[in-house]
Design a protein around this ligand. Structure first.
Ligand code: HEM
Length: 211
């Protein structure tokens, strides 16, 4: 094994600020939908809007970082290895089998993570942000020719996308515990460093067979 800087400083900042913003947007959003018990309705809406703008600014910086550093390539799907990864998560993981796809600095995300994150970036988050801004600018809908529409379907789409994002977060947190140790992935996202298998090292000798 060798210690590698897997997650750069900006990446860690972006990851944790995004996590906090989504959590705070979920708390304020579900308060708006299901009743405000923490603070007043008006304050909740105000905080949701401020957090939403912060989220959009973070998305813009993160997109810029991904494109200028080439890190966007981490999300290119790996269709040939996806089946092996699904089998691993359904069976192999419970038998302690090794991960079928090795993590490296150049390929940090396994094929399923690539698909899940791509789905989030290209579908769930754009739907959340677009429906959120349509909601936000409800009074100006006539400008974009939406004057006949009601708010209800937009609120439903926004809420469904919010549930999808929260469901992703639960699955994501569970999967972070399936690294070398329960906390190794979490620690890597805090410090940046992770112990990865040394690709240049000769393969370990096979374990003696027991009869
Ligand atoms: C840029 C991103 C976002 C924008 C612009 C946005 C905007 C809005 C707006 C304007 C409202 C209506 C507030 C009102 O009643 O006046 C709202 C409601 C809501 N938001 Fe967001 N939001 C965003 C992200 C999120 C996220 C990330 C979540 C959760 C993970 C979320 C969950 C909700 C929920 C559940 C509601 C209540 C929907 C309803 O009224 O039925 N929002 N949002």
């Amino acid at each position: 094994m060798r210690k590698v800087m897997v997650y750069k400083r900006f990446e860690r900042f972006w990851h944790w600020s995004q996590a906090l913003l989504v959590l705070a947007l979920a708390v304020t959003g579900f308060q708006i939908r299901y009743g405000c018990t923490l603070i007043s309705f008006e304050e909740t809406i105000l905080y949701h809007k401020i957090l939403a703008w912060a989220f959009v600014i973070l998305i813009i910086f993160a997109a810029f970082w991904h494109f200028t550093t080439g890190e966007w390539r981490q999300y290119i799907p790996m269709p040939k290895q996806t089946g092996a990864m699904v089998r691993f998560y359904m069976k192999g993981i419970f038998k302690g089998e090794p991960h079928p796809v090795k993590k490296t600095e150049l390929s940090k995300l396994n094929p399923l993570q690539r698909l899940a994150y791509l789905g989030l970036k290209l579908l769930v988050i754009p739907v959340l942000v677009t429906s959120g801004f349509l909601y936000y600018y409800y009074n100006q809908w006539s400008v974009i020719g939406l004057d006949g529409m009601t708010l209800a379907p937009i609120a439903t789409i926004h809420t469904l996308a919010a549930f999808a994002l929260i469901a992703f977060m639960f699955a994501h947190i569970y999967l972070t515990t399936t690294g070398h140790t329960v906390t190794s992935n979490m620690k890597a996202m805090i410090t940046g460093w992770e112990a990865l298998e040394d690709e240049s090292a000769p393969p370990a000798p096979a374990a003696p067979q027991e009869d």
